[in-house]
Design a protein around this ligand. Sequence first.
Ligand SMILES: Cc1cc2nc3c(=O)[nH]c(=O)nc-3n(C[C@H](O)[C@H](O)[C@H](O)COP(=O)(O)O)c2cc1C
Length: 385
Amino acid sequence: MTPLSPLTIRGRTLLPVVQGGMGVGVSAHRLAGTVAREGAMGTISSIDLRHHHPDLMELCRQNPVQATLEAANQTALAREIIAAKALSEGRGMVAVNVMRAVASYAEAVRTACESGADAIVMGAGLPLDLPDMTEGVDIALIPILSDSRGIALVLKKWMKKKRLPDAIVIEHPAHAGGHLGVASVADIPSERFEFARVIEETMQTFDSLGLSRTQIPLIVAGGINSHAAVRHWLTLGASGVQLGTAFAVTEEGDAHLEFKRILADAKPDDIAEFVSVTGLPARAVKTPWLVRYMRQETKIREKIGTKQQLCETGLNCLTACGWRDGIEKFGHFCIDARLSAALRGDRETGLFFRGREILPFGSAIRSVRELLDLLVADIRPAVSA
Ligand SMILES: Cc1cc2nc3c(=O)[nH]c(=O)nc-3n(C[C@H](O)[C@H](O)[C@H](O)COP(=O)(O)O)c2cc1C
């Protein structure tokens, strides 16, 4: 069997499998640092990492004002980056995922730069200002996009600033977990998101912009669950693949074991798409809270859809929040409260983001090394868990 070509990002040679960022707290230092130590890119999600730090939570409880909560989050992010880098022993890369739709995205970018992250991966909105925000810093910049139109737009804007992305993640809304890069649930099956099409159209964009076809690595994300799939997409022009759910359920995943069980045990019929408070569709497991919410969604929208509400956590995490700002067509719930409940493994009230596909080890929970061995070299663990 021919070994897979490595992924090269900003001069670093990596395994061609990336661990995607997962909030709230699902990918923190343990997961990202372990993945990096194995020679791949691990990603810390910058969203509300306070929950992993009891001292910071206590500080927030004593003084629950936005400035305290926000400062605690940045302190938590800095700690997580430093811990992940230490765990990585200088191998692989430690990236920080920043959602453009989050109010404190600029602070997260600054913390990532100051705390020694190797890369910033930005999604949930167009990262048009990312090159300006990181001017003079030696850090890889990686946008997450879903179609070639978005990629062309970012490339053209960044080229005017004399910066190219160090890689581009192409996330497929029909397969990935969490927030999806589409305007509506009805758009999810659109053919314009098919990886083969996005790769080919992006190559044409590279040609028209005078870029070489191999200059910017393309990393496909969503539903990758076998060595054959990794090999397939690498043969079709991708330089790497990104997985989320499969890493979330590894032994080293930073969420509660019950969180992992809920994701790993979910069958295809247990997974649903709905509109999040960000206005973006999202994919998650139909646990009791989501089932209730989806059942009452129309009623909630009719009753309080346009009413503004007080932010439940005081964090005001999103630039535009359907619940706080009374945006009728957005979702109406507190996403920070629901995702942090999931992190604790609270099946009743948590919101459990998950990708659509069967996982590489089915419902078994395995280590990061076993997952990477399977994906990169088709090596299966000897004894089944
Ligand atoms: C629990 C969970 C949380 C996620 N949170 C984020 C996030 O905060 N930011 C982001 O860019 N992507 C997020 N994602 C998407 C992943 O990074 C990844 O791209 C996606 O899950 C790939 O699809 P897969 O789960 O089928 O492998 C999340 C996914 C999951 C499953």
